[in-house]
Design a protein around this ligand. Structure first.
Ligand code: HAM
Length: 435
């Protein structure tokens, strides 16, 4: 029989790796709590139209990368519907905001999520077809302050603090404002004009974008087109007074919080819902060309595009796979095994029953130690002593030997690997001795 592998661009996360994901998620959840975010869990698939309308028909994500299928009706009461594995979560979160009328609470909604996303991209290091995001959205009616530049700066400051706490070094915040919908009408017109005389020199994709959605030309990675793209008009020159003032206040709050940033006029991002502030955090270690660790921005018109009430918002999504790759590459560069959140914890103890007759007693001892809060693994009475010691040394800080004598006297032999010390400990004092 031929063997079956995981689909291209997907991966299994085995226990040797998954603890790192747990460590990162624990820190992210703590940060979310500190900043008053609550968790939202939305479906992994949604109506295709949600992404077509929200993310935009002309984006690479919607035009090339979605996993879409026609879901047939199973009963007379059902309709066939086109469904899509979510390529991102912002559209789903805003759909949920509308569906549950969260705006009617009048309160600012601060929502975070951790989960898989799906894009049919060409896989490479840091780019997969199923990948994980840790994301957050701040959204609410205008009266809740959702539109305030303070919110933009709070999200950016939170990200800077989170990356610092995770130990990510040398991150860069790239920042831009893509203006309001009205600013963009003027900017798009200017881009179209500027593109007209040079359009024929661009690659095929960019020629099409020049007509359909000229903003998309700016995030083109096509090498040959870069000089022409760099010479195009800059959005900063087309911001109206309101967008300009909003952006200036974001920058002032970042300065007050001492968050460093680089202004990048070409950062328009690959999704159509953005207005005003857009950003990415990039890193130099570990990711190669896929150097964006996370991205986000403001989307003041998205709720209306999805048929909801006016609800300005801002959010981000961290590529969790990329975060882990970066932390790993940094740890390798340092060749230290003690890097804080990124160190595997050893078990407190490994119990070695000496002979089959001690298996039951070993399991009962393990139960007691675990009940006392210790992490414990149990060997097996058939193992040779050498094998028990080797396994224990790899897994745990201590080995507990449980033979006939130990069972009879309730005094156990404990060896501590770090010091090489071996001693006899009363069963009742064991938990204390291992702590
Ligand atoms: P995005 O820039 O498309 O934004 O994705 C955010 C991050 O997800 C990227 O910076 C990257 O780290 C990671 N990512 C994207 N595609 C892949 C992939 N194929 N493989 C591995 N990692 C990937 C969004 O998704 C927006 N929803 C962010 C947002 C939230 N904006 C406002 N709120």
């Amino acid at each position: 029989m031929s063997k079956i592998n995981a689909p291209r661009g997907t991966a299994d996360t085995l226990p040797q790796e998954s603890w790192k994901w747990q460590a990162v998620e624990r820190i992210a959840r703590q940060a979310a709590t500190l900043y008053h975010f609550g968790e939202i869990r939305t479906p992994i698939f949604e109506a295709t139209e949600l992404f077509a309308r929200g993310v935009g028909e002309e984006t690479d994500i919607v035009s090339k990368e979605m996993y879409t299928w026609e879901d047939r009706a199973r009963a007379q009461s059902e309709k066939a519907q086109s469904l899509t594995l979510r390529p991102e979560s912002t559209a789903g979160v805003v759909r949920a905001y509308i569906e549950h009328k969260l705006g009617e609470t009048g309160q600012l909604q601060k929502l975070y999520y951790i989960g898989p996303q799906f894009r049919r991209e060409r896989p490479q290091r840091g780019r997969y077809r199923q990948f994980w995001q840790i994301g957050a959205e701040v959204i609410g009616p205008q009266s809740s302050g959702a539109e305030s530049p303070l919110r933009d700066a709070e999200v950016l400051e939170m990200l800077a603090s989170l990356l610092n706490e995770l130990g990510i070094r040398d991150w860069k915040l790239e920042l831009n404002s893509v203006g309001s919908a009205e600013d963009r009408v003027r900017y798009n017109a200017a881009l179209r004009d500027a593109l007209q005389p040079v359009k024929h020199l661009l690659c095929e994709d960019n020629q099409r974008r020049a007509d359909t959605n000229p903003l998309r030309v700016l995030d083109s990675k096509d090498e040959a087109d870069q000089d022409l793209i760099n010479a195009l008009p800059k959005i900063a020159d087309y911001l109206g007074p309101e967008s300009g003032a909003h952006f200036a206040q974001v920058l002032a709050a970042l300065d007050a919080c001492e968050v460093p940033y680089n202004l990048n006029p070409r950062l328009v991002r690959g999704l159509d819902y953005y207005t005003r502030t857009t950003f990415e955090f990039t890193v130099t270690t570990g990711l190669g060309t896929q150097n964006a660790l996370l991205g986000g921005g403001r989307y003041d018109g998205l709720s209306e595009m999805l048929g909801g009430p006016k609800a300005p918002g801002i959010g981000f999504a961290i590529g969790e796979d990329r975060l882990i790759l970066t932390l790993q590459a940094q740890a390798e560069a340092d060749s230290i095994s003690t890097a804080s959140p990124f160190t595997a914890a050893k078990l407190d103890a490994y119990i070695a029953p000496l002979g089959l007759a001690q298996n039951s007693a070993a399991l009962a001892l393990a139960r007691d130690l675990r009940a006392a809060g210790l992490t414990v693994e149990v060997g097996d009475g058939t193992f040779k002593l050498r094998k028990s010691f080797d396994t224990a040394d790899a897994l745990a800080r201590h080995i507990i030997l449980l033979g006939e004598d130990e069972a009879a006297t309730n005094i156990l032999t404990v060896k501590t690997f770090a010091t090489g010390e071996q001693k006899k400990v009363k069963r009742a004092k064991l938990a204390e001795a291992l702590a």
